[in-house]
Design a binder for this molecule. Structure first.
Ligand code: ATP
Ligand code: MG
Length: 644
């Protein structure tokens, strides 16, 4: 890590970056030494307030009480739309690129305003009020953004559920936050394959008796069932709606949305974000980290169902009056040149994607990239997991032609926006490092016992103080919020990630401390997959671990114990795969399923996952100490029968 290559700061030929090295250091100092003054200045600069706040910051990590800009009044939809109408009504707010290369829409800020107002009025016509929760289960079409902003406009709290999730996953999220209205589409399409969103919704709602209204956006003209008492053809309803809707005045601390994490312990957490601090954080990071300038075409390839889609497709860019690209498809369809063709077609300047996509495209070869121009690109971004050096170099050299800095952005659903990242005009780059903290962010590295380590160090990544975009609670379960993030090390926010810090103060994220799978950028807890496997009537117990997979980042390896005497066969294997598809979605299908007579457990009955991981990784020579196992002999059987 210390002898890794450093890439010096690049000069852009087109303009001077917002922040240079000297300015970064100066602003960073101020942000941590005089946080109230710093954030107050930023909040005035980035956001239009109806009324000023009373206190900038009121945070107590001992009780997990986090408040920013209390008493300040604003509306997020106003900040993302209305205030831009004065001089940007005709500017493109959203470029939509469909699954097929000949499909596109351009939505101006005026059109965005009208669409959002109609959707907001439609929600009001079904009785939705400030504080009500609305579930959004949509494909990647502009309407997903309209729906989010419509909720924000009237003070409703949205909960976007990723369109790739199964009816079961949708159901549990609807019930957990008691959503009474669902906004969906007849169907979606990704890479030429239909996603039956309405049919999935119908299935989920069999168990959600309180949902009284389902808005259906007709996108694919798919054949769907219709429940007249509940379903609303949104395309029809829209015709009757006014294109003006006054904005609700919200407190900075009023909730903006709930977003469920992948849930490493089984039940996903409903991460709650509020209005003022969140918007400030995403607007500011979008401007400085992506070095966004007026007129830039900006593209983040995430799905709206993840936090990256919330913060860096919609809220951050729109707060800054940017043009943001919404892509319905996948990188490999119809050909592996698609990303770069879209870049050329829309003259994209800033491009933000995930390492899993980069690795998949890298595996296809350079020709698919080199056959395109990519001249418009100025900056590349990465998010979601550590980017390996090989992928970083390829992204830099082949995609960016050694012209574009890469911002490797580290953050979490919980953090609302980016916390650790290079700034293109201020930070020399080291491939594989997320580099230095953003303004106001104070990371620290702790050892096992909670001691803060100085200088070059390796340990648990925590934050010493709050930043405006930090989550405020787990919806409906504040104690879980405290327990999950603030109980391990008193006075710190615990990220759950491990990190190294080098002699230059750069951070290198080593991955999560607990067990979460990351399959092609889709995260899920091992416990969630195990819970599904365990539903099979013949399964006694299961344990799931990830193993390195060239394309997917991680593959899923499942160890399954059957109830007495049952023999593993292809029929049962298929049933297990079907259960997982049903419960979680096709993305969670195990790549390998090994039958096990028993699992390596500690005396207290906990499965020793590090052993299973070694077996799944085929590194059986480094299994290490097995002396604390209740029955060490089970390990040999697993080794002898491993699947490779
Ligand atoms: P859950 O909290 O339910 O387990 P999750 O942590 O998988 O879900 P996210 O909030 O989307 O869901 O992901 C945040 C995590 O992704 C970080 O904690 C980190 O492990 C990883 N991550 C994100 N960006 C980077 C990055 N640039 N470098 C390294 N790791 C990253
Ligand atoms: Mg997490």
């Amino acid at each position: 890590m210390s002898d890794s290559k450093t890439y010096p700061i690049k000069q852009f030929s087109t303009h001077t970056p917002h922040i240079d090295e000297e300015k970064y250091l100066r602003m960073y100092q101020q942000s941590v030494q005089e946080p109230e003054k710093f954030w107050s200045r930023m909040a005035h600069e980035f956001i239009d307030w109806f009324e000023p706040w009373k206190t900038v910051k009121n945070v107590d990590y001992k009780t997990a009480s986090i408040k920013w800009f209390e008493g300040g009044k604003l509306n997020v939809s106003y900040n993302c739309i209305d205030r831009h109408l004065k001089d940007k009504a005709d500017h493109t707010a959203i470029i939509w690129e469909g699954d097929e290369p000949d499909q596109q829409r351009y939505i101006s800020y005026q059109e965005l305003h009208d669409e959002v107002c109609k959707m907001a009025n439609a929600l009001k016509s079904r009785g939705v009020k400030k504080g009500d929760r609305v579930c959004i289960y949509m494909p990647m079409i502009p309407e997903v953004g309209f729906a989010m902003l419509a909720c924000a406009r009237i003070g409703a709290i949205h909960s976007v559920v990723f369109g790739g999730f199964s009816p079961e996953a949708l159901k549990s999220r609807i019930l957990d936050s008691d959503c009474r209205v669902v906004i969906t589409a007849d169907a979606g399409v990704r890479g030429g394959k239909t996603v039956p969103l309405k049919a999935n919704t119908d299935k989920a709602l069999q168990h959600c008796p309180d949902v009284h209204s389902v808005f259906v956006v007709k996108h694919r003209l798919a054949d769907i069932d219709w429940h007249a008492e509940r379903d609303i053809d949104y395309n029809e309803l829209k015709k009757e709606m006014e294109s003006e809707c006054p904005v609700e005045t919200m407190d900075a601390e009023d909730p903006l949305f709930i977003l469920y994490t992948s849930g490493s312990t089984g039940k996903p957490k409903g991460v709650l974000h509020t209005s003022g601090g969140y918007l400030l954080h995403v607007a500011m990071t979008h401007k400085y980290i992506f070095d966004y300038h007026d007129g830039d075409i900006y593209w983040c390839t995430a799905d709206a169902g993840w936090i990256t889609g919330h913060s860096y497709i919609f809220y951050g860019p729109l707060a800054n009056g940017a043009t943001t690209l919404v892509f319905e498809g996948v990188p490999s369809y119809p050909t592996p040149s698609r990303f770069w063709q879209v870049v050329d077609k829309h003259k994209v300047n800033i491009f933000y994607t995930a390492p899993t996509a980069i690795r998949a495209l890298m595996a296809v070869g350079d020709d698919a990239v080199k056959s395109t121009s990519r001249k418009s690109l100025r900056l590349l971004g990465s998010v979601g997991e550590p980017i390996n050096v090989e992928a970083w170099e390829w992204y830099y050299k082949v995609v960016g032609d050694e012209r574009c800095p890469i911002v490797d952005t580290w953050w979490q659903t919980e953090t609302g926006g980016i916390l650790i990242s290079p700034l293109p005009g201020a930070t020399p780059l080291k491939p594989g490092s997320a580099t230095r903290p953003f303004f106001g962010v104070q990371p620290a590295i702790l050892d096992q016992d909670g001691n803060e380590l100085d200088g070059k160090a390796s340990g648990y990544l925590v934050m010493k103080d709050s930043w405006p975009g930090q989550m405020r609670s787990v919806y409906g379960d504040h104690d879980r919020f405290f327990q999950t993030y603030f109980s391990q090390y008193s006075g710190y926010y615990f990220t759950g990630d491990g990190a190294n810090r080098d002699e230059d103060g750069y951070y290198w994220i080593t991955g999560r401390v607990d067990d979460v799978l990351n399959v092609s950028g889709h995260r899920m807890g091992t416990a969630e997959v195990e819970n599904a496997l365990d539903l099979h009537p013949l399964v006694a117990e299961s344990a799931v671990v990830g193993y390195p997979h060239d394309i997917k980042g991680q593959g899923i390896y499942a160890f399954v114990i059957f109830k007495n005497g049952v023999e593993f066969n292809d029929e049962i294997k298929q049933q297990l795969i079907d259960i997982i598809t049903e419960e979680i979605g096709p993305i969670a299908k195990p790549d390998k399923i090994q039958w096990a007579p028993d699992l390596p457990k500690t005396r207290s009955g906990k499965i020793m996952r590090r052993i299973l991981r070694k077996i799944a990784e085929n590194q059986v020579d480094s299994i290490g100490d097995t002396s604390t196992l209740a029955d060490p002999s089970v390990v040999q059987h697993l080794i002898d029968n491993r699947l490779h």
